[in-house]
Design a protein around this ligand. Sequence first.
Ligand SMILES: [Zn+2]
Length: 374
Amino acid sequence: MTVEQTLAQLVAIDSVSARSNAEIIFYLAARCEAAGFTVKHFPHTDETRVEKTNLVAVAQAEAFATIELALVGHTDTVPYDPTWTEALQLTERDGNLFGRGACDTKAFIAAALTAIDSIDVSKLRKPLALVFTADEEIGCLGAKRLAQARPFTARYAIVGEPTSLQPMRAGKGYCIAEVTVHGREAHSAYPGLGASAIFRAARLIERIENIAQEIRSDRRAGFDPPYTTLNVGVIQGGTAKNIIAGDCRFTLEWRTIPGQEADYVLNLVQEAVADLQKQDPDFVCEIDAARADESFETSAESELVQFLEDTSGKGSGTVAFGTEAPSMIALGAEPVVFGPGDIRVAHRTGEFVPPDQLHDCVRILRQAIERFCL
Ligand SMILES: [Zn+2]
């Protein structure tokens, strides 16, 4: 089967994150077993009670726990516009292959399946795994679950994402917190009777802006911009123009450079809150840190980075979007994010992958298997 045929079959299976990924897992398990792999299913139900599965296929079952090279692809896609009638039908146009997931990240999965079809699995001396995860697009949930369960450790991992076949060896973390500042409602004609949550939130946000400025001095080359960034993206508060606001809520988002823990910014914000409380003992605020995805960095000297630089002909770079790489680090691996297609066309109606990149990816993955597992 050609890599294009495999990609067409993968695209034909609707695997948007809201649905169960049972159908695509069934397909992937069958393909891996046909290629001589042993598969293990890791099922769970998500928070909407939908069945989800992570699948791990290993070339040598007896070595399941210690993987040399893992090829990681997420099975879910973002939703598609119902008016995109060819979303589930791989379509060639202007020399490119269009379809939901054609770029992100079924192209990588198709390349991995094609690569394993072309090798003699019985000749592998070190364990190779294909890892298929659920719910990457809604917070890398499947990979995080796998990292927690720790059914295996891995030495190297290629995390499939559209990078136009440039090896990406580092990425910023991604964290969100919901901040609620409390005040005391009163008639606005009598400010002494109340305390404005909005004025209080404004003082805290000014501190946050100062934090954002101060941490710019901590720089990490290779990132754009080369420092941790902060954003207050949404703010809500108060009920009417003549009422002193009782509550004010805002979201704080930050993207950390490698070397800073995910809670680094959170600690600075908490220090600012403690400082404000010294001036205003009634200053009450709750911080709900809803998400903390760590940054990741694999050394430029890593054998996998150097191998992918050599075979792709591209120097390694950094990614600005969240990936499953930190979960692979939790499993012991040196991860590199790599795959065909351009992230800038992913997630949009008419996402596509260039076929030459698809073919190059098959070649590079086959060489990676030979280099690390043979
Ligand atoms: Zn993706």
